[in-house]
Design a protein around this ligand. Structure first.
Ligand SMILES: O=P(O)(O)OC[C@H]1O[C@H](O[C@H]2O[C@H](CO)[C@@H](O)[C@H](O)[C@H]2O)[C@H](O)[C@@H](O)[C@@H]1O
Length: 386
């Protein structure tokens, strides 16, 4: 397999973006092209955009609970994770037209749709298990988190998918809320970034025992999270557009609809709460600051737990597929890479630093991919009966 760097114009923004073109038939992507000097530094000792972003995030995460970080660095980090702000202010880009985070180390992944046959070939003889993130994967990103509905067509497709393969929804949202959006009882649900897992009720095709699987590794944090939610609501009520969402084992503070000059108020509020609760930590998503317990549990752990619950703990003939769009999904992509099983699919229109192996551009492409999986399974079943 040879990797070739090609610069292609981004038709939307008119900016040249680096791509890695893959040749050969491997289903795995190229490794990221390293910059010529130490990672994160350009030839002239300048720190790259991406390295700067990483440092900002690390600073934010490390100092989030300790109180050392200045609010300015928080706002910088919020900007860095909202790449619409990376262009000159005269040109405003939508989230889907973002500049890549990191020119030197990014990979544009091969399309999961274009490489569908190769993917299926790799899964031959193995049990496919599907893991789907919700926001930005099954539903489009919208301003109001309470209105992030998935389309009827998507629901029908996911329903069909679940008749073919064990299927789980893995979301940062509270499990009940994501269930209300998806409304399919036959699925596994992992809410609160995997900290609240429940399997389908008994009688479902893939349940093993009589009781549904349940896992809540952060249950002791429930009262603390409730307290924090109330405090954050109070602290942000005077900031127009700020929205605090109680996700049961974590809290999301949205700034998508907050004017940029007021982002420091959101940062102040979150930082002051983290200073008070050292057992909580910060993570960042798409225009959202998320507060969660410091326990070592994430979407990757949830994926492993679910595979184990399904009886695939030490199996070599399982093929997990995880589809997600956010930074928190990287934990699951990483687990798959480390296990050398299945693959991750990143939903993104732009190149990103990722552990996923393939990409899809948006939820409509996710739907097409899921439908192709269903069709493939049906065909394979018919052929096996001939
Ligand atoms: O793991 P996910 O299912 O992707 O959940 C991550 C967060 O998604 C939601 O926020 C994001 O989507 C909103 C609706 O499109 C959007 O308004 C917001 O800016 C995004 O960050 C959800 O509201 C959060 O609670 C989840 O943690």
């Amino acid at each position: 397999m040879t990797n070739q760097n090609v610069v292609v114009p981004d038709t939307k923004s008119g900016i040249s973006l680096p791509m890695v073109r893959l040749s050969g038939s491997s289903i795995f992507p190229a490794t990221a092209q390293k910059p010529p000097t130490a990672p994160g530094t350009g030839g002239g000792g300048c720190i790259s955009l991406s390295a700067k972003k990483k440092l900002l995030l690390e600073n934010l995460e490390i100092n989030g609970g300790g109180g050392a970080a200045k609010i300015n660095s928080w706002v910088d980090s919020m900007r860095a994770s909202s790449p619409t702000h990376m262009k000159s202010s005269s040109q405003s880009l939508s989230e889907d037209q973002q500049l890549p985070w990191q020119h030197q180390q990014q990979i544009t992944l091969p399309s999961a749709l274009d490489n569908f046959d190769q993917i299926m070939e790799a899964s031959r003889g193995k049990q496919i298990v599907m893991f789907l993130d919700y926001d930005g994967t099954l539903s489009p990103i919208v301003d109001d988190p309470d209105r992030a509905f998935m389309s009827k067509k998507m629901r029908t497709t996911v329903r069909r998918l679940a008749t073919c393969f064990p299927t789980a929804i893995v979301s940062g949202r509270c499990r009940d809320k994501v269930y209300k959006f998806v409304r399919l009882a036959e699925l596994y649900y992992a809410g609160s970034h995997g900290m609240d897992i429940k399997g389908p009720e008994k009688g479902s095709k893939y349940t093993k025992g009589t009781e549904p699987v349940i896992c809540q590794p952060a249950s002791e944090f429930l009262p603390m999270i409730d307290e924090v939610f109330k405090e954050l609501v109070a602290k942000t009520k005077l900031t127009p557009g700020a929205k605090v969402e109680n996700n049961k084992f974590c809290v999301s503070v949205h700034f998508r609809c907050v004017e940029e000059k007021k982002w420091s108020e959101v940062a102040e509020a979150v930082k002051s709460v983290l200073n008070k609760y050292p057992k909580l930590r910060l993570s960042q998503g798409r225009k959202v600051l998320e507060i969660r317990p410091t326990i070592k549990w994430d979407k990757g752990k949830a994926l492993e737990f679910l595979l184990e619950s399904l009886g695939f703990a030490n199996c070599t003939d399982v093929f997990p597929v995880y589809i997600g769009d956010d930074r928190t999904d990287e934990d699951a992509f990483k687990v798959l890479k480390e296990r050398e099983q299945g693959f991750g699919i990143l939903v993104s229109k732009v190149a990103k630093d990722t552990n996923a192996s393939y990409s899809l551009q948006e939820p409509t492409q996710v739907m097409d991919f899921l439908q192709r999986l269903v069709d493939w399974k049906k065909l394979a079943f018919q052929e096996s009966r001939m």
